[in-house]
Design a protein around this ligand. Structure first.
Ligand code: SF4
Ligand code: SF4
Length: 293
């Protein structure tokens, strides 16, 4: 059995999840969980033997096909009846790189599958919902910041980069192909697609009195604010951000904010490395943070 602190560390490190038995039938548990994981920032690969795509993403047709597609899952998450899990475990053992966790969803247990994975050094979770566990372990509030949904940070043009990890989420949200999402909702700024703004100067998805109309699918830059690079590494930027954003704690020191923010970016997989495709705001290294007092 994995304890919560082990699960937290493993889920925090995990980036890629293969969902076995993926379907996007609205209202089904797998649809709910798949969308949640996408919105939580994971790179998701739906796996289903006959479907061609799920949540706007191309499917793999089997676990073995993951290797051909170059997808190395950190977690293999099963939405399959218990009697099929041992066969899936044997398929997982044929992957060139084993996942860290073999996760059987709520209501699913299979001792043989568990034993096979255990002997191969893969951690096993049985009969637990990955969405419920993730929600319990990762809470989008922090001690130094709680969003008050005032919308001030949604004003401006050209700052909300739609990176490669954001696009699948927006496609799944709108049920549109990538080209159509880019065409309808973005304009190019600095060589990168950014969300369009309305005549009022606010992001086109901001609705007065309601806030963000695409909140579950919003881009990584929106998720990361106010833990932007500048605010983490520079105290003056932090003080200016605090004047603008009423959600930042008035009591927190810059160092507390910076280290908590960095952890937040890590936990929610928001920190990026590729300046060519991602917003500079989410590219930061731990060595750049101020020392903790
Ligand atoms: S300005 Fe701050 S409090 Fe207001 S919506 Fe943005 S993050 Fe939330
Ligand atoms: S996508 Fe949502 S959170 Fe991001 S700027 Fe637009 S309205 Fe604000």
């Amino acid at each position: 059995m994995l304890f919560d602190d082990q699960l937290r560390a493993m889920l925090g490190r995990a980036r890629r999840i293969a969902i076995i038995g993926a379907k996007d039938n609205l209202g089904s548990p797998v649809d709910h969980v798949g969308r949640y994981l996408l919105n939580a920032g994971f790179e998701v690969m739906p796996v289903h033997p006959v479907r061609r795509q799920t949540w706007g993403l191309a499917n793999a047709h089997s676990i073995l096909e993951l290797a051909e597609l170059g997808f190395e899952p950190d977690i293999v998450c099963l939405f399959r009846a218990p009697q099929y899990c041992a066969d899936h475990a044997r398929e997982v053992l044929q992957l060139p790189k084993l996942p860290q966790i073999f996760w059987m969803q709520e209501g699913i247990r299979n001792a043989e599958a568990g034993q096979l994975m255990f002997e191969a050094g893969v951690k096993v979770v049985e009969d637990r919902c990955i969405e419920t566990v993730h929600k319990a372990l990762f809470n989008d509030r922090t001690a130094t910041f709680t969003c008050l949904r005032c919308g001030k940070c949604c004003e401006g043009r050209g700052g909300i980069v739609v990176g490669p990890r954001d696009l699948p989420r927006l496609c799944a949200h709108f049920g549109l192909a990538a080209e159509e999402v880019l065409e309808r909702y973005t304009e190019t700024m600095g060589g990168k697609p950014t969300l369009k703004a309305g005549d009022d100067g606010f992001c086109m998805f901001f609705k007065e009195g309601k806030g963000c109309s695409i909140h579950p699918a919003r881009p990584s830059v929106c998720r990361a604010w106010p833990f932007f690079r500048g605010n983490l590494i520079d105290r003056v930027s932090f003080e200016m951000a605090r004047e603008d954003c009423p959600g930042i704690s008035r009591e927190a020191s810059h160092a507390e904010f910076a280290h908590e923010g960095f952890r937040y970016l890590e936990d929610y997989k928001l920190r990026c490395r590729d300046i060519r495709t991602e917003g500079r705001a989410v590219i930061v290294d731990e060595s750049e943070l101020p020392p903790l007092d």
